[in-house]
Design a protein around this ligand. Structure first.
Ligand code: NDP
Length: 502
């Protein structure tokens, strides 16, 4: 990766695509098909990277490597201290290579370079946090089973884990899962989104440099419906952790049933920003504008619905509009831009479709609504619609773009009904100065993550995940490492066992 550091420091586009092979059993791996797929930067419209398109045979090779590495205990039988040392070293290598990782992330994903830098540095912090957990995983004992019996509950690594990640936060989302699986003692096969595989491949090489034994982390690149599906169906994989859309999550859940894999799913969201009449409207307006513009709205926890008390709706919407008018959308390598590109043409068309649907359904366009795909550079201006009907597509479906749907409420009960009236339950933000009102609200809102007078913030200590059709299980926090373990109950007979037949 050091050969890329000069290019990354100059923030110039590469003269030819950066080619990165797969990573299996501690080594670069060419793949059986020899097929390379090039990726155009969505912010610049030119090819910037190339990765292999794997066959299912390549996936089998990766799973076999992970299986061997798990079964012979080269990682799972190390002490927590030894595992923690590797994770800490990885964190420090991430920090050393942060500029290059951020540059590659921006080229493939289209997110602003400043944001990529922030994500890579924050990811290093997650690796550091997870390193500590490698020494914290522990079981339980029961001395209440009578004089002749002693009970132990042992936590053991699940085994071989398949991790499937999306394109919106390729490095960060991986870092919310992989170090926890490793802290638990698992071995892993990662399938990143084909659009954004490069930083995952670079991380695999850093792990080896940090001293991770061969075969413990393997990366297979390729198409989701082929490689992702085969990973979810694989009989030699013990757990699958999937992050992405709800429909694909559903199919992963079905596929995982073949051998009763343990499953973790973090899926879509349609997250409300609930603003009560007594809220600090300036603060809320700034956060609401951020919550819909961050990562160009391509964020599972985007605050894509504004559920606001009717008495302050007009004023708040005006303030949100005023903030959005200052937001700069454009070249993601220009650090002065706040919002970068939309990840690909399919996603661009999908978001455009929702803007058209909003207009057709009679919602009132407050600001934005414009877009540009000139020269294959894909940009959409943050957009706000008022008078959005609660049952409409704009209010119900995950758009994954910078579109805010505003719906007013009159009573607390209506606010809760609107907040919960979608199939998802990933996150919610509550804006009020009334502590009791805030507590009452977060008790009733169906979501895995709640922010009170803030949005899209936190640290690796806090677990993430959703309820309803937003997923199953939790990642990060101490719960994050426990997800990658199984419990084993051990009953120890003390003294003589009472005979069945005397
Ligand atoms: P997907 O759910 O299709 O992709 C997520 C990951 O799953 C990618 O690695 C993808 O691979 C892989 N995948 C695709 N099909 C399968 C399959 N059958 N079995 C196993 N893995 C598979 O999301 P999209 O990229 O298509 O985005 C579509 C929509 O999904 C977005 O508009 C957004 O609404 C939502 N989404 C939500 C995310 C979240 O964080 N909650 C993240 C990303 C998307 P590959 O991309 O290589 O085909």
């Amino acid at each position: 990766m050091r050969d890329l550091s000069e290019l990354a420091a100059s923030l110039r586009l590469p003269s030819e695509p950066v080619r990165t092979p797969m990573f299996i059993d501690g080594k670069d791996y060419a793949g059986a098909t020899g097929e390379w797929v090039s990726r155009k930067s969505p912010g610049h419209g030119v090819p910037v990277t190339a990765t292999s398109r794997a066959s299912t045979g390549d996936l089998d090779t990766a799973v076999a490597a992970a299986r061997r590495a798990f079964d012979d205990g080269r990682w799972s039988r190390l002490s927590g201290e030894q595992r923690a040392a590797v994770l800490l070293k990885t964190a420090s290598l991430i920090r050393e290579n942060a500029e290059t990782l951020a540059y590659l992330e921006t080229l493939e994903s289209g997110k602003p370079i400043g944001q990529s830098r922030g994500e890579v540095t924050a990811a290093a912090g997650i690796w550091e946090y997870a390193a500590g957990l490698a020494r914290v995983v522990h079981g339980d004992s029961h001395d209440t089973l009578g004089n002749d019996m002693f009970g132990l509950v042992v936590r053991q690594p699940v085994g071989v884990v398949g991790i499937i990640t999306p394109w919106n936060f390729p490095f960060f989302i991986l870092s919310e899962r992989l170090p926890f699986a490793l802290a638990a003692g698992c071995t892993v096969v990662v399938k990143p989104a084909e659009l954004t595989s490069t930083t995952t491949l670079k991380l695999a090489a850093l792990l080896t440099e940090a001293g991770l034994p061969d075969g413990v982390v393997n990366v297979v690149t390729g198409l989701g419906p082929v490689i992702g599906q085969a990973l979810a169906e694989h009989m030699d994989v013990d757990m699958i952790s999937f992050t992405g859309s709800t429909p694909v999550g559903r199919s992963v859940l079905t596929a995982a049933g073949c051998n009763m894999k343990k499953v973790g799913l973090e899926l879509g969201g349609k997250n409300p920003q609930m603003v009560f009449a007594d809220a600090d409207l300036d603060d809320a307006a700034d956060a609401i504008a951020f919550g819909i513009s961050f990562n160009a709205g391509q964020c599972c926890v985007s605050g894509s619905r504004l559920v606001v008390h009717r008495s302050v709706e007009e004023e708040l919407v005006e303030r949100v509009k005023a903030v959005l008018e200052k937001v700069k959308v454009g070249d993601p390598l220009d650090a002065s831009n706040h919002v970068g590109a939309i990840v690909e043409a399919r996603q661009f068309d999908k978001i455009r479709g929702y803007i058209d649907a909003g207009r057709r359904d009679g919602a009132q366009l407050v600001c934005g609504g414009t877009s540009s795909n000139e020269g294959d550079k894909l940009f959409i201006q943050p957009t706000v619609f008022r008078n959005v009907q609660p049952g409409s597509a704009l209010a119900q479906e995950e758009i994954f773009g910078p579109i805010l749907a505003v719906t007013p409420f009159d009573t607390f009960e209506q606010a809760i009904q609107l907040a919960n009236g979608v199939p998802f339950g990933l996150a919610a933000s509550i804006w009020t100065r009334d502590l009791q009102g805030a507590i009452k609200s977060f008790r009733e809102v169906q979501a895995g993550r709640i922010w009170v007078n803030c949005t899209i913030t936190g640290g690796p200590e806090m677990p993430i995940g959703g309820v309803k059709q937003s997923g199953i299980g939790r990642e990060t926090g101490r719960y994050g490492v426990e997800e990658y373990t199984e419990l084993k109950s051990v009953h120890i007979q003390l003294g003589n066992r009472p005979r069945w037949i005397a």
